[in-house]
Design a protein around this ligand. Sequence first.
Ligand code: RNT
Ligand code: ZN
Length: 418
Amino acid sequence: MNEHVYTDAKERYAELGVDAEKAIAALKTIPLSLHCWQTDDVGGFESPDAELSGGGIQVTGNYPGKARSIGEMRADLDKVTSVIPGTHRLSLHMSYGEFDGRKVDRDQIAPEHFAGWIAWAKERNMGLDFNGTYFSHPKADDGFTLSHPDKGIRDFWVEHGRRSRQIAAVMGEALGTPTILNTWIPDGAKDLPVDRLGYRARLVESLDAMIADKYPSAHMKDAVETKLFGIGSESFVVGSHEFYMGYAQSRDTMICLDMGHFHPTESVADKLSSVYLFFEELLLHVSRPVRWDSDHVVIFNDDIADLTRELVRCGRIGDTHIGLDFFDATMNRVGAYAIGSRAVLKGLLAAFLEPHETLKSYDLEGNAFARLALLEQARTLPFGAVWNRYCEEMGVVSDAGLIESVMEYERNVLVKRK
Ligand code: RNT
Ligand code: ZN
């Protein structure tokens, strides 16, 4: 890139009191938690023919090149991180453990099944986050796990949760950075349940049993993921937003806000300033719902810009764990991964480049016109030049180079997976 393009951009921002160098420096410190399940359509490798089933998670498409083994998945992850600026974390689902062809049921999982991942992450200086897997299992087929009326089934999943937390603690301790253990369960009903209270009371009981083991917060931290509805749980989701707000608040865990888990007109961005006042930390699942929780590839659209701006404006980005959660099997998965991750980073950079102090003073003066005018002005500032500069500084391809870089990997690696 021509140096003057960036220098000119820097000046334009400086005129508004914004330091582009500082924005770049701030962005460097923020890790995303990359969701491992983008590599293989949430299949996992518990058994050779593992496939997504149940749980209201739907993946459409069959674009060639999906990772068929942990080896292939790791190769894809290395490719993805090579085209994303910065050092990030990896969020593993339990179904991606290394079981070496043996049948290890969900209530038998242990840290040893993740030793390979810990070593892999250590070599790359990456932190790990973790998720229990409460779907794609016969004991989840009727739509309930931790809230199931059958105590045997509940106990099975409680044991799964306990072990998931233990594994998370081992990961966090080994890597020297706390592992965020997110619990999302599919529990819900297609049609009208009568005893809503009973399901929710059982969920409280199960979660309490699950989190009874104490681990240092330097090793692991809990988050619980709220949801409004899903496919197969249209009428009732046990772990609703109100449920988990109350649960997390009273048990001192985090909540996880997924951008696809609310009514389409609700904005997760708007929720942040409320949640921050009552929670020390927060987990996000950055996603792109299209009419429903469709998990489309994240792009740098208004929803992302709004979300990232709120993260920065609230000054609580250090308390926020930015997890990604999308999956699309209709296109090159590595490329989709790169687009989504880069889009979130773009959003963060744009947010760091906002003339926040001036906007805030208009806010306080009640000058709605000036506030809106400056927000509009900010839209056409030379953001692209700063983003390109950042990519260049971090030694990764620019947007212009991304297509060729991913296509080359497709030709050399992905198409050979038949
Ligand atoms: C499902 C939740 C959950 C999953 C992952 C795979 O609606 O968003 O986070 O997407 O656990
Ligand atoms: Zn999610």
